[in-house]
Design a binder for this molecule. Structure first.
Ligand code: KG4
Length: 333
């Protein structure tokens, strides 16, 4: 089973060839970070245009590196959503064109399902699974009774955690993307700055926008009072509050759902070193649960994960046709 997978939901143009669900024959990622960091964040129109410029070359490279031809491919998997609509359109049009020109089945895939299934590249997932998806656009806790069922137990009520990292980094003048920069700076500081604890209504939901404002207010207050502070301490304080919010909910779910066999993480923020430490700290408390964090290369957006998700969707019979369009608010499936 050879799947050609395409991902273009945000600022990475990615194409991969995946064999038999787990073997990544090629994974091409053309990142646009250098362009967007000039603006301090992703500019959707600019991102779409760069996808148009990159997509054909990425497809060609993915096939060449995998040493396969389009004729040998069994199906074309594509991220249908969620994401930036103009960006998604570029990938969807490319996938439709390839599928119809070469008479291959088209398999629409959900971006977050891809982040979750990225763990399959490391280990066989054991169900029921609890998946924590933490990226620039999403923060969700998903319960999967089996390989193809997704129940959202909790989600952010405002900003995604990665978005909060990026906005706080902007306040601190650290540049884009902010996550890795705060991660690094926080190691040199202590979480001693008083910040407002996030408040949420749903038992397993998250909130990050109040925390982000609290960082801004802290900086303004210190400036007003003419007092200095260590940026590293503020970075560490923000990070600790944000991750406490996540891990408080994770533990609630693990306590309430004793049938969970496997805890997996996905999305760009799963590259965070403190998040990985916190997962290590959780392990002894839940000895019946297997904990998996995907390799760094699979945390941020890539098409190998879409190839895995595409294989699972293909096997379960999901198909797209000529009417398939990008869906920026797609529900997980
Ligand atoms: O999954 P991803 O590549 O794109 C989306 O689908 O959103 O995630 C990008 C996000 C950015 O917000 C970035 O700041 C964050 O992941 N990120 C991190 C780290 N590395 C990337 N956040 C915290 N710590 C990191 N080490």
């Amino acid at each position: 089973m050879l799947i050609l997978a395409i991902e273009s939901s945000c600022d990475e143009t990615a194409v991969a060839v995946v064999k038999n669900k787990k073997e990544v024959l090629s994974s091409i990622v053309a990142s646009q970070i250098d362009v967007h960091k000039e603006f301090g964040g992703v500019i959707p129109e600019v991102a779409s245009r760069i996808h148009v410029e990159n997509i054909s070359y990425c497809v060609e490279q993915a096939l060449t590196q995998a040493n396969v031809t389009m004729e040998e491919i069994d199906a074309v998997a594509i991220t249908q959503g969620p994401g930036l609509i103009g960006c998604l359109h570029v990938g969807v049009q490319a996938a439709k064109t390839l599928a119809f020109a070469y008479h291959k089945p088209l398999v629409p895939v959900h971006h977050l399902a891809g982040h979750i299934y990225a763990n399959e590249l490391v280990v066989d997932m054991k169900y029921p699974v609890l998946a924590l998806v933490v990226s620039g656009g999403n923060s969700e806790l998903v319960y999967m009774k089996n390989e193809t069922s997704f129940e959202i137990l909790g989600e952010t009520q405002d900003d995604a955690i990665g978005e909060a990292y990026d906005k706080v980094a902007r306040v601190l003048g650290l540049g884009y993307p902010g996550g890795p920069k705060i991660d690094k700076l926080a190691k040199e500081g202590n979480p001693i700055c008083p910040l407002a604890k996030p408040k949420t209504q749903g038992k397993y939901d998250f909130s990050f926008s109040g925390l982000k404002s609290s960082v801004l207010q802290y900086v303004k207050r210190m400036e007003r009072l003419g007092q200095t502070f260590e940026m590293a301490d503020l970075a560490a304080s923000f990070q600790e509050c944000a991750l406490d919010e996540i891990f408080d909910r994770v533990q609630k779910v693990l306590n309430d759902y004793p049938d969970i066999q496997h805890f997996v993480v996905g999305g760009g923020v799963s590259a965070n070193s403190r998040l990985r430490e916190k997962i290590e700290e959780l392990k002894p408390k839940y000895p019946q649960v297997t904990f998996t964090v995907p390799p760094m290369s699979c945390c941020t957006d890539n098409a190998a994960m879409i190839g895995v998700a595409g294989t699972i969707a293909y096997m379960s019979g999901r198909r797209g046709d000529a009417s398939l369009t990008a869906d920026s608010g797609m529900e997980i499936q």
